[in-house]
Design a binder for this molecule. Structure first.
Ligand code: PLP
Length: 463
């Protein structure tokens, strides 16, 4: 890996924190708490590590926000971006024009996508891509002579973005209560969360049961009203919720039966995170549309989009104008970054490495954390993993005793991680990771050791 050649002089942290508190409204942030603590200023990254403005090194077990798949400090991406900036920093794809990187990336994505996908619609983010899905499936049914098919079914505790449609598709109550969401035409069923809802069943039985909630809802609404179902192959922001193996095949069967379009939101799971280019292949999902973002450029430059399967693309392409798009759809610099990012993933065999080497190794090492007195379960899929902090363990997961939520044990644990050189995210009392795909076996050992150490600190604080 190319390292960053010069280490910048450390900036004045206190001055930056003051400016930050005075002028910067952060996303998803309690600003009163932020003003009290002061933001941590990240200044540099290399591989799986970050350095803050105090010179402290941190292992980034979250890949930024689930996105820095090839790790930080990739000079070849910087160079690809600079070359494109010099040649053509911007042109759009409206009005019968295009650019070379946008075309080349579309062709590359068609090659990497599951069978039956030959087209892409570009956006600037995952949220915009899911907004695009809403408009696209409604347009599809309109063109098919079934304009009343408008409803999209999603799941509680899903995350599909932060725009009006993205947040509505998502199933986060905390988002819905701010701004009168969901918008009309989006409904939710329960998530396939074995620990929450699967007591008394095997995981496989529960998978089929959880899928049956989709069939129930389609029948309630009337199949002729339902346009699509959307789901993340593994729920990310909801807490790395890995569905039972029986769930997705059954969802596929139900969508086929009622002719409902299936959207796989692979914003997190795409581009190798689960050891496949797209996790749909891993779980036997046969989607009509695939949302992507994040890993397509490893977050170096914003880019998102929808991979459009032939069923939908053929209808749209015959259907005249689709009055939808963004200034930055197919941005040439973002597409150039994506092409180089994908080249790196291919050249270094990172997707295969997660499938056959580091993924299984992470699974085995992460599972050892379940022996810690605070940990109820520790599970993973590829390079996504999560562990539950519990007050009392039990052999049957459904009998484990949780902490009182007011104790905010997950946040205590997260703070210990942060103070001890590792970034892990807390979703309630579930601690989750999604490390860069370049993480080696030795670095997995380092990460698991640090997590264990911070679990010890958390336990000591709770006594
Ligand atoms: N979909 C999923 C599954 C996501 O995890 C995210 C972001 O975390 C989004 C959509 C939204 O993407 P963005 O933040 O790029 O708008």
């Amino acid at each position: 890996m190319t390292t960053t050649p010069t280490v910048p002089a450390l900036p004045d942290t206190a001055a930056l924190q003051q400016l930050d508190a005075a002028h910067y409204l952060h996303p998803f942030t309690d600003h009163a708490a932020l003003a009290q603590q002061g933001a941590r200023v990240m200044v540099r990254g290399d591989g799986i590590y970050l350095w803050d403005s105090e010179g402290r090194k941190v292992l980034d077990a979250m890949s930024g926000l689930w996105c820095v798949n090839v790790g930080y400090g990739r000079r070849s991406i910087t160079e690809a971006v600079a070359r494109q900036m010099d040649t053509l920093p911007f042109y759009n794809s409206f009005f019968n024009t295009t650019t070379i990187p946008a075309v080349q990336l579309a062709a590359k994505l068609a090659q990497l996508a599951p069978p039956g996908f030959h087209h892409v619609f570009y956006t600037g983010s995952g949220s915009e891509a899911n907004d695009t899905n809403v408009r696209m499936v409604r347009r599809y049914w309109d063109l098919q002579g079934q304009p009343e098919r408008t409803v999209i079914i999603s799941r509680r505790n899903a995350y599909h973005g932060s725009t009006m449609a993205g947040a509505s598709l998502g199933g986060m109550t905390g988002m819905h209560v701010q701004g009168g969401l969901p918008i009309p035409g989006i409904v939710h069923i329960e998530q396939p969360h074995y620990l929450e809802h699967g007591a008394g069943m095997t995981a496989e039985e529960f998978g089929v049961h959880a899928a049956s909630w989709l069939e129930e809802r389609i029948r309630e609404l009337g199949p002729d009203k339902v346009a699509a179902f959307i789901g993340e192959p593994v729920q990310g922001a909801g807490g790395v919720i890995i569905p039972p193996s029986t769930y997705w095949p059954e969802i596929g069967r139900i969508c086929d039966k009622y002719d409902v379009l299936l959207i796989a939101d692979e914003v997190i799971t795409g581009f190798g995170r689960l050891g496949r280019w797209f996790a749909s292949e891993l779980y036997g999902i046969r989607p009509d549309l695939i949302t992507f973002a994040k890993g397509v450029t490893s977050g170096y430059i914003p880019l998102g989009g929808v991979l459009v399967g032939d069923r939908v693309a053929n209808v749209l392409r015959r259907g005249g104008d689709f009055n939808h798009g963004f200034t930055y759809s197919g941005h040439p610099v973002a597409c150039a970054a994506a092409l180089e990012n994908i080249r790196i993933l291919e050249e270094e065999g990172l997707v295969e490495r997660v499938a056959n080497d580091t993924g299984p190794y992470l699974k085995a090492r992460f599972a050892t954390l379940a022996t810690h007195p605070l940990v109820g379960t520790a599970d993973s899929a590829g390079f996504m993993a999560g562990l539950n902090l519990v007050k009392r363990k039990a052999a049957t997961v459904h009998y484990q005793v949780r902490f009182d939520p007011v104790l905010r044990v997950g946040m205590l644990c997260r703070a210990h991680m942060f103070d001890n050189g590792i970034i892990m995210r807390a979703v309630g009392d579930r601690m989750i990771i999604a490390p860069p795909l370049v993480m080696t076996r030795a670095q997995i050992d380092e990460m698991v050791d640090r997590i264990r150490y911070c679990l010890d600190l958390t336990q000591a604080e709770l006594k």
